[in-house]
Write a new protein. Structure first.
Lengths: 276, 837
C-alpha cells in the first residue's frame, strides 16, 4: 500500500499527462502512482453503548491518480460508508481522509461543500439529476453553482462521450435510466474533478445500460486519466476497474489488480467462506 | 378508521401547522365579528333609557318653550307630571384649558329618571355642577374639584358635587354637565325658557292620548302662550324603541360587512387548506396505496382524509374562537352606556357557528384531495411514485373559459353602457368576480405564462436562479393554488386602492370646481352634531360674510311622470350660489334655483328628466310638493342628486342640521378677520371648526384615507393568510424534495445558495399572485369607481406608485415567508437525504 502522497494543492489540475491513454497495460504502469485520495486509520462508529456499530475499523487505503478502483464487499462491510467519508459527505470518528493532501476531517461544512463542488464528482445509484434542469444544465450544474466557466474542451469531450446527441436539452424524465446515469457520469466528470466517486452507479440499470455506463467510466479513466472510486457489489462491474479493494467488517481484507469477473467472484467466495 | 385518521394527523402535525394557522385566523375573524356584533346588539338593547316619559314636547322653531308652558302642560288631563328640560351646548374644559373630548352639553338637573347619581349629590347652588360619568372620567375631575367650562364664548367655574349616569330618551346625546335649572338657563342665555318638556302620563294614558290633548290645546294659544304652535311631539316609548332598533340594525350591518371580510379571509384560507391536503395526499401515495392494497375501500380512504380535515378544522376553529374572543373583548369595552362599558355577550351561536364554519370550510377545501386519495390505485404502493399528478388541463381550460366568456360579456356590457348606476355596477362587479374565478381556474396555465418573464431577472443569479424558476414552474397547479390565495386577497386590496384613489381624485376635482368659498365651517368629527339653522344664520351675521351655503342631505321620494323612486337630495340657500357654492350647469342657470329644483346630470340621465319637467317631491314630515326642474348640474361629492332651495325644503326635513357650511366673503373683507369672527361665533360649540378651503380638502381626504386604512387593515388578514399559504407550500415542497436537496448539496450547492433558491422561488410565487391580483383588482376597482362615481371605466385613477410598492413588498414578504422553509432545506442532512426513499 502506497503511503499518502506528497502534499498537493487543491487547485484544479488540467495538466494531465497525455500519454496514459493507450492500452490495458496502463493499469500496471499506474500500479504505484501518486495517491489522489487516501484514508489513514479511518474509523467510523455509529451510536453509543449497546447500539454501538463500528462501520469502519481503521481503514488504510490510497487511490492513485488516473486509477479506476472498485470497492467491493458484502452488505454491511462498510464500503458505502468509506465512500461517504472519503467524499466529505459523512463525518469521521477518527483517522484522516485526504484528497490531494488536504484533510477533510478538519474542514467545516462550507469548506467541504466547496471541496465537493470543485474537486469531487458524484454518481449515485439513483436520483442523480435535478428534474427541473435539462441534461446539459445538469452536467454544468457544479460549475454554474460555483459561478465558474466550464473548460470548453473537457465539456465538449464529455458531452460527446455521453452520446445523447440532440437530447441534451431534454429533462431527465424524458431520458431512459441508462441515459440518466450517463448524464450523471458526465456531470461528475465535466468539472475536471480530482476524483469521481460512484456509489453503485449501475445498481438500478439493466445489464446493457449498465455496461454503457461502466464503459463510459472506463473511457474517462483511460482517455482523460480520471481518478475514479466506485462502490459495487457486482463482479461484472468491478471487472471494468483497474483494481479492486475488498472490504469486510470495516477493514480492507484484500486487493486485486487487473480484475476479471471470474477472479473477483472467486475472491468474494473465498471471503464469504472465510467469514462464515 | 378513526384511529388511522388521527394517527396520520399526529404523524403530519408539523406539516399542518400553517393550515391550522390559516383556519385559526379566518375563524378568529368570524368569531370576533359575531361576538362583537352580538355584544353591540345586546348593548343597544341594554342601554338604560328613560322609560317614564310618554311625550317630549319641544319647539320646532328656535327650540325654546316658555317656562310657563310647563305648568300649562302639567294641567292637561292625562298628564301626571311635566318635567322641564333646559339643554344646550357648552363644553367642559380640562386642566389645560382646552375642551375635553366628548364632554359637551349643559342641562338642568331634575329629580327625574334622567339622572342616576353614582357619587355625590345633586347640584344645589349657583356654582355647583354634576358631571356625567364619561365626562368625569375624560376630564379626571372628582367630587370637590373646581372645573371650568366654556359657554357662549365666556368661561365659567363650578364645583363638582356629583357624578351621574344619564338616561337618554331615544337617541338623545347625554349631556356632560348638569346645573340647577336657573343656572342652566342663565348659562345658556335663555332665562325663563326651557328647551323641552317631558310629560309623564297617568296610568292608562298613552303617548297618543297625550299627543291628541297637546295638539287640541294648541288652538287655544293663550293657554300655552304661543309657545307650542309648531311644537314637535316626541313619543317617548317609540323614540326609545327606534333608538334601540337603530343600534341593533347598526350592529347587524356592521356584522354583515365584517363577515364579508371574514369570508374573503376564509376563501383565501381555503386555498391554503386545499393545497396542504393535496400535497399531503401526494406525499402519502404509497401509504394510501398500501391501505387500498390491504382492503380499504375508496369510500373509507375518502372518509379518512375528510375526517382528518374535519379534525384540523375543529382544532383550528377552537383556537380561532379563542383568539376571536380575545380580539372582541377590548373592542366591546368601547361600547356601553353611561353606567359603564359593555361586556362580551357570549352566546352559543357566536361560539358554535365559527366552529362549524371552520370545520365546513376545511372539509370542503380538502374535498378534491380526498377524492384524489380515494383514486390511488393499490399498485402505486409498489411503484412508489411520489406526487405525480395527472393534469387534466383540458377540463380546467374548458371550465375556465366557461367562466371567462360570460364574465367578459357582462363586464364588457357594464363597462360600455351609458346607463351606469348601482345595479349595472353590481352586474359589472359580478362580471369581474366571474373573471377572477376564471383566472383561479386557469391559474396553472397563467402561472406558466407569467413565470417566464417574472423569472427572467433571476437568470442573473445563475444556477440558483435557474433552480428557483424551475421549482416554481415544476408543479404549476401547486404554484397556482398558492398564488391564487394571494391573488384573491390582493385583488380586493387593489380594487379598494383604485376605488379609493379614484374617489379622492374625484373629491379633489369636485371641491376645486364647486367650492368657491374660502372658508368652511364643519362639525369637527364624525360624532359631532350637525349645524342647526339657527347657528347657520349666526354665521351669516358675522361681519365680512357675504353668503353661507349650508349643505344638508336627505333621501326623498320623487315622482316624475311614470317614474317613482327615492332620490338623494341636497338642500341649500340659492342666494349662496355663485359666491359660496359654484355649480357647473349642464342646462339652465344657477340663478333659477330659487323657483324650482335642480337635478344632477347623472340623475337626469338615469331618470330621463330634463329642464321644464314637473317633479313631485315627497316630504319626510308628510305631504308633497310639485316643483319645476329648473336646471341640470354636474354632481360632485359635495352636491348630489336633487338640489332644493332651503326655503322650500328645510321646514319639511327631519334632519335639518348642515354638515358643511361654505362661507363666502363680502368684497374687500379680510379672510383672516372673518375667520377670527367665525371662530368666535363657534367658540362655545367645540364640535364645530372653521377651516380654510385647503384645510377642508385635506380633511376630506384624510377621512377617505382613514376609511381606506380601516378596510386595508381588515383585508391585511387575508393577505397574511395568503402569505402563510406560501410558507406552507414551500415547507411541504422542501419535505418533498429532500432527495433533490441532498443531491444539490452533494454536488456542491452551499447552504446559503440553497436558501437563495428557496427564497427566490417564494418571491416568484408571491409575485405571480401579486401580478394576477393587481390585474383582478383593476377589474374590480375600475368597475367599482365607475358605478359609484358614474365615470368611464378607464377614468379609474390607478395609484401606480402604491401598487408597485405593494408588489415589491409582496416579493419581500415572499422572501421572508421563505425564511423557515429555507432554513429547513439548508439543514437537510446530505446523507439521509440521499438514502431517503
Amino acid at each position: 500500500m502506497p503511503p499518502p502522497a506528497r502534499s498537493a494543492t487543491l487547485a484544479p489540475d488540467h495538466s494531465r499527462d497525455g500519454n496514459g491513454v493507450d492500452d490495458e497495460m496502463t493499469a500496471t504502469v499506474r500500479a504505484a502512482p501518486e495517491a489522489v485520495v487516501s484514508a489513514v486509520g479511518l474509523a467510523k462508529v455509529y451510536g453509543q453503548g449497546e447500539t454501538r456499530v463500528t462501520a469502519l475499523d481503521g481503514v488504510d487505503v490510497a487511490f492513485g491518480r488516473g486509477q479506476f478502483t472498485a470497492i467491493m464487499g458484502p452488505s454491511g462491510s462498510g464500503k458505502s460508508t468509506l465512500l461517504h467519508c472519503l467524499a466529505g459527505l459523512d463525518t469521521v470518528t477518527s483517522g484522516r481522509a485526504l484528497i490531494g493532501g488536504a484533510d477533510l476531517t478538519s474542514m467545516d461544512d462550507d469548506q467541504l461543500t466547496r471541496l465537493r463542488r470543485d474537486h469531487i464528482g458524484f454518481v449515485f445509484q439513483a436520483f442523480n439529476l435535478v428534474p427541473t434542469l435539462t441534461a446539459l444544465e445538469n452536467i454544468t450544474l457544479p460549475m454554474d453553482v460555483a459561478g465558474r466557466q466550464p473548460d470548453r474542451e473537457l465539456l465538449a469531450a464529455v458531452v460527446d462521450a455521453v452520446g445523447l446527441g440532440d437530447r441534451l436539452g431534454h429533462r431527465p424524465v424524458e431520458l431512459s435510466g441508462g441515459q440518466q446515469q450517463r448524464v450523471a457520469c458526465a456531470r461528475a466528470l465535466a468539472s475536471g474533478p480530482r476524483v469521481v466517486f460512484a456509489d453503485e452507479p449501475t445498481g438500478n440499470l439493466d445489464s446493457r445500460s449498465g455496461a454503457e455506463v461502466l464503459g463510459f467510466l472506463r473511457r474517462a479513466a483511460d482517455e482523460i486519466g480520471q481518478t475514479i472510486v466506485m462502490v459495487t457489489h457486482d463482479p461484472t462491474a468491478a471487472a471494468y476497474a483497474d483494481r479492486v479493494v475488498f472490504l469486510a467488517d470495516g477493514r480492507v481484507v484484500g486487493e486485486l489488480g487487473r480484475p476479471t469477473a471470474d477472479r473477483v467472484l472467486e475472491r468474494m467466495k473465498r471471503f464469504d467462506r472465510r467469514g462464515s | 378508521m378513526r384511529r388511522l385518521a388521527l394517527r396520520s394527523l399526529a404523524a403530519h402535525k408539523g406539516r399542518l401547522a400553517m393550515t391550522l394557522a390559516a383556519v385559526c385566523l379566518g375563524t378568529a375573524f368570524v368569531a370576533g365579528t359575531m361576538l362583537f356584533s352580538a355584544s353591540a346588539e345586546r348593548a343597544g338593547l341594554d342601554t338604560r333609557r328613560r322609560t317614564d316619559v310618554a311625550l317630549r314636547v319641544t319647539d320646532a322653531g328656535d327650540g325654546r318653550l316658555r317656562r310657563s308652558a310647563v305648568d300649562e302642560l302639567a294641567r292637561l288631563p292625562g298628564v301626571a307630571d311635566a318635567d322641564p328640560v333646559v339643554s344646550g351646548p357648552g363644553s367642559l374644559l380640562g386642566p389645560d384649558g382646552t375642551a375635553v373630548d366628548d364632554a359637551g352639553g349643559v342641562t338642568s338637573w331634575a329629580d327625574s329618571q334622567r339622572f342616576a347619581l353614582t357619587t355625590g349629590r345633586a347640584p344645589a347652588g349657583d356654582a355647583e355642577v354634576a358631571l356625567s360619568g364619561p365626562a368625569a372620567r375624560a376630564s379626571g375631575a372628582r367630587v370637590g374639584d373646581t372645573v371650568r367650562l366654556l359657554r357662549g364664548g365666556s368661561r365659567h367655574q363650578a364645583t363638582v358635587v356629583g357624578v351621574y349616569a344619564y338616561r337618554a330618551l331615544g337617541d338623545e346625546a347625554p349631556p356632560a354637565m348638569a346645573f340647577q335649572e336657573a343656572t342652566a338657563q342663565r348659562l345658556l342665555g335663555i332665562p325663563g325658557q326651557v328647551t323641552a318638556v317631558d310629560l309623564v302620563a297617568v296610568p292608562g294614558a298613552g303617548p297618543a292620548d297625550l299627543a291628541g290633548r297637546v295638539q287640541a290645546a294648541v288652538p287655544g294659544a293663550t293657554v300655552i302662550d304661543g309657545a307650542v304652535p309648531g311644537a314637535t311631539l316626541i313619543d317617548g316609548p317609540a323614540a326609545n324603541a327606534e333608538a334601540r332598533d337603530r343600534r341593533v340594525a347598526e350592529a347587524r350591518t356592521l356584522r354583515t360587512a365584517l363577515l364579508g371580510f371574514a369570508a374573503i379571509a376564509l376563501v383565501v384560507g381555503g386555498f391554503v387548506i386545499a393545497n396542504t391536503f393535496s400535497m399531503l395526499v401526494g406525499q402519502r401515495t404509497r401509504e394510501l396505496a398500501l391501505l387500498r392494497a390491504v382492503g380499504l375501500s375508496r369510500r373509507q380512504l375518502r372518509r379518512m382524509v375528510l375526517g382528518e380535515a374535519a379534525v384540523v378544522g375543529l382544532l383550528g376553529g377552537l383556537a380561532g374562537v379563542a383568539v376571536g374572543h380575545g380580539l372582541a373583548v377590548p373592542a366591546v369595552r368601547l361600547l356601553g352606556d353611561q353606567a359603564g362599558p359593555a361586556t362580551v355577550a357570549v352566546s352559543w351561536p357566536a361560539l358554535v357557528a365559527p366552529l362549524a364554519v371552520a370545520a365546513g370550510v376545511t372539509v370542503l377545501s380538502a374535498w378534491a384531495a380526498a377524492r384524489r386519495a380515494a383514486r390511488t390505485p393499490p399498485v402505486a404502493a409498489l411503484r412508489g411514485q411520489i406526487g405525480a399528478t395527472p393534469g387534466d388541463t383540458r377540463r380546467r381550460t374548458i371550465a375556465g373559459l366557461a367562466l371567462a366568456v360570460p364574465g367578459i360579456a357582462v363586464y364588457g356590457y357594464a363597462a360600455l353602457t351609458d346607463q351606469i348606476d348601482e345595479q349595472v355596477g353590481t352586474v359589472g362587479l359580478g362580471g369581474a368576480a366571474l373573471l377572477i374565478l376564471a383566472v383561479v381556474v386557469l391559474a396553472p396555465g397563467l402561472c406558466r405564462l407569467l413565470l417566464r418573464p417574472l423569472a427572467a431577472p433571476l437568470a442573473r443569479l445563475g444556477a440558483t436562479g435557474r433552480l428557483a424558476a424551475g421549482n416554481a414552474a415544476r408543479n404549476p397547479r401547486r404554484t397556482a393554488a398558492t398564488a391564487s390565495a394571494l391573488m384573491i386577497s390582493l385583488s380586493v386590496v387593489t380594487g379598494l386602492a383604485i376605488f379609493g384613489h379614484s374617489v379622492k381624485r374625484h373629491t379633489v376635482a369636485g371641491v376645486r370646481r364647486d367650492v368657491a368659498a374660502p372658508l368652511v365651517v364643519q362639525p369637527a368629527g364624525r360624532g359631532d352634531a350637525a349645524i342647526p339653522q339657527a347657528e347657520v344664520e349666526q354665521l351669516a351675521r358675522v361681519p365680512g360674510v357675504r353668503a353661507v351655503a349650508a349643505l344638508r342631505y336627505a333621501s326623498l321620494p320623487l315622482r316624475a311622470g311614470p317614474l317613482a323612486t327615492q332620490a338623494p337630495a341636497t338642500v341649500t340657500d340659492p342666494a349662496a350660489l355663485g359666491t359660496a357654492l359654484r355649480l357647473e350647469m349642464v342646462a339652465g342657470t344657477a340663478g333659477d334655483l330659487a323657483g324650482g329644483v335642480f337635478v344632477s346630470a347623472d340623475l337626469a340621465r338615469r331618470y330621463g328628466v330634463s329642464v321644464g319637467d314637473r317633479l313631485t317631491i315627497g316630504w319626510p314630515r308628510g305631504g308633497e310638493r310639485e316643483l319645476t326642474l329648473a336646471g341640470v348640474y354636474q354632481g360632485s361629492s359635495l352636491v348630489t342628486g336633487l338640489l332644493l332651495p332651503q326655503s322650500v325644503a328645510l321646514p319639511q326635513l327631519e334632519e335639518t342640521g348642515a354638515f358643511t357650511a361654505l362661507v363666502a366673503l363680502a368684497p374687500g373683507a379680510d379672510e383672516a378677520a372673518v375667520r377670527a369672527g367665525l371662530e368666535r361665533a363657534v367658540a362655545d360649540r367645540p364640535g364645530l371648526v372653521v377651516r380654510s378651503r385647503a384645510e377642508y380638502l385635506d380633511n376630506e381626504l384624510r377621512g377617505a384615507d382613514l376609511i381606506l386604512g380601516v378596510l386595508y387593515g381588515l383585508l391585511a388578514l387575508a393577505v397574511v393568510i395568503g402569505i402563510l399559504g406560501v410558507v406552507n407550500t414551500l415547507a411541504l415542497s422542501v419535505v418533498e424534495r429532500t432527495r433533490e436537496i441532498g443531491l444539490l448539496r452533494a454536488v456542491g450547492l452551499t447552504r446559503g445558495q440553497l436558501r437563495t433558491v428557496v427564497r427566490a422561488e417564494s418571491a416568484l410565487i408571491a409575485l405571480v399572485g401579486g401580478v394576477l391580483g393587481v390585474a383582478g383588482g383593476y377589474l374590480l376597482g375600475a368597475m367599482f369607481q365607475r358605478a359609484a362615481l358614474r365615470t368611464g371605466l378607464l377614468e379609474a385613477a390607478v395609484p401606480v406608485g402604491q401598487l408597485a410598492l405593494a408588489l415589491a413588498g409582496l416579493a419581500l414578504a415572499g422572501v421572508l415567508a421563505a425564511a423557515w422553509p429555507a432554513r429547513r432545506a439548508a439543514r437537510t442532512d446530505v446523507l439521509t437525504a440521499i438514502a431517503a426513499e
